[in-house]
Ligand binder design. Structure first.
Ligand code: SF4
Ligand code: SF4
Length: 470
């Protein structure tokens, strides 16, 4: 059995020349390309449209970094809730690991932004210059007015797409209302009135999109993306991978239509699988780090097999166990089971934490300058600052109370504290202790905050001290 079928080509043996000529893939149609198009355009539409979605009169998904409020529909997160974001990324990472163990680099081929944007930018080239052969010919042509005009048109469209991408990225943070409605004028010419951080972000995202999708393309997947490098560690013998059936295809060679010479395999050496590859590799050389598992070569080869009257699947999604060991692949494997169990646990914990979360927070700080003092009435006084944060998306009135305790009373400036959605307030309060009742030293106290409508309640403990008055 060929080692090519059972082994991934190590990175050091792959053509990693970042200066090699630009790849001009031929666009192909087929089952997997249709699935890819649906997946890629769905995700693209989601990315572009989500910032425009409104919820309760506000941008539904808005990571308002300047005010440190992060809105996801009815949920408002604060910097203190950062652990939810950590949970989200851990769950996303383990989902990716699990999908990779089962279906290989399906993320790369069907959902990765690098793949989607590269695909779009290549489509612009195809729209302006034509199919693969014309693009290759165009590259070799000497500079002329027509070549400059076509290049300028491509770069203009690329740049416009990069700016739209940057605007969308930034709008998740700045908000669409601010981004598209802040205008000033320079010599009567309207000009965006954005703060520096918006300009800097716009520049970075525009440049990154333009460079990655216009120039870096597959070099990004081969040289920079860490996932591409370590994905092979996650593969096992039952991972789905796009593979060339070496035994069936070799020896390869051209032949007359409708014939199948006995000394040749099924590969008719049409090179169509290489021409359609967006990373410019030959899948017949074996699994390679540059292969993003887009299955364009599967669709292209199936089309050729149909034309020459051979069975489909010379290049196909298969597993090492099926292709090399001729055994049935196993769906249930220890690694998959471990990832699934971990994912179920993580999702359950985060859902429980999310549903159990009270959108009201208090923080109590003692007056650091003076532990306690005696007031004009001869009572012991402790001062605190109580910070109340309304984490809901509606205004609420809050009542602050002290859990009843002999000899202790609460004094505040306000009988109730009205707070707008997302608002915090530092309220100075005093606890008065009757020296004839309160025991010397420290006494545990509990402060409560309740919304007037009875929906939310939180409490927090602190201490009342007679220290300094003994
Ligand atoms: S597309 Fe199929 S038949 Fe053509 S070269 Fe590739 S593997 Fe061989
Ligand atoms: S070898 Fe096939 S699956 Fe891999 S990137 Fe190229 S076309 Fe896509």
């Amino acid at each position: 059995m060929s080692a090519q079928q059972s082994k991934q080509i190590p990175v050091h043996q792959v053509d990693l020349d970042a200066t090699k000529k630009q790849v001009h893939p031929r666009f192909v149609r087929g089952l997997y390309q249709n699935i890819r198009l649906v997946s890629m355009y769905f995700l693209l539409a989601l990315f572009l449209l989500l910032p425009w979605l409104r919820y309760d009169g506000r941008q539904a998904i808005w990571f308002d970094v300047p005010s440190q409020h992060y809105y996801i529909f009815g949920l408002t997160l604060f910097p203190q809730d950062f652990y939810f974001v950590a949970f989200f990324f851990i769950i996303a990472a383990f989902t990716l690991f699990m999908v990779t163990v089962y279906a290989g680099r399906v993320w790369c081929g069907y959902a990765c932004p690098q793949t989607i944007w590269t695909h779009l930018y290549q489509h612009v080239e195809k729209w302006v210059l034509g199919e693969r052969n014309k693009r290759i010919k165009f590259d070799k042509e000497p500079w002329s007015a027509s070549k400059i005009a076509k290049k300028a048109l491509i770069h203009f469209i690329w740049f416009t797409m990069s700016v739209i991408t940057a605007l969308t990225f930034v709008s998740y943070v700045s908000g669409t209302d601010f981004l598209y409605h802040s205008w000033t004028s320079i010599s009567v010419i309207p000009f965006p009135d954005w703060p520096t951080w918006v300009w800097v972000s716009m520049f970075i995202f525009t440049f990154a999109t333009y460079a990655n999708a216009g120039y870096m393309r597959e070099q990004m997947c081969i040289h920079i993306c860490p996932y591409g490098r370590f994905q092979s560690v996650m593969f096992d013998k039952d991972t789905l991978i796009v593979s060339y059936d070496y035994n069936r295809g070799e020896p390869r060679g051209p032949r007359k239509k409708g014939t199948h010479p006995e000394n040749l395999g099924d590969c008719v050496q049409c090179t169509m699988c290489v021409q359609v590859c967006p990373t410019g590799i030959d899948i017949r050389d074996g699994l390679q780090v540059a292969c993003i598992q887009c299955a364009a070569c599967v669709d292209a080869c199936n089309e050729i097999m149909d034309k020459v009257g051979y069975p489909r699947g010379l290049i196909r999604y298969t597993t090492e166990r099926q292709l090399v060991e001729k055994e049935k692949s196993r769906l249930l494997r220890p690694r998959l089971f471990a990832y699934s169990a971990l994912l179920i646990f993580l999702i359950s914990v985060s859902l429980y934490t999310l549903t159990d979360r009270v959108p009201l927070e208090i923080d109590i700080r003692r007056d650091r300058n003076q532990l306690s003092s005696i007031n004009a009435e001869g009572m012991i006084e402790n001062s605190y600052i109580i910070k109340v944060t309304n984490k809901t998306q509606q205004a609420h009135d809050y009542l602050i109370t002290l859990t009843p305790q002999d000899g202790l009373t609460l004094r505040t400036r306000f009988s109730s504290l009205p707070l707008n959605a997302g608002e915090s307030y530092d309220l100075p309060i005093r606890i008065i202790g009757d020296p004839s009742i309160v025991k010397k030293g420290q006494t545990q106290i509990e402060l409560n905050v309740d919304s007037k409508d009875g929906q939310y309640h939180v409490s927090k403990q602190n201490v009342f001290t007679t220290q300094g008055q003994d």
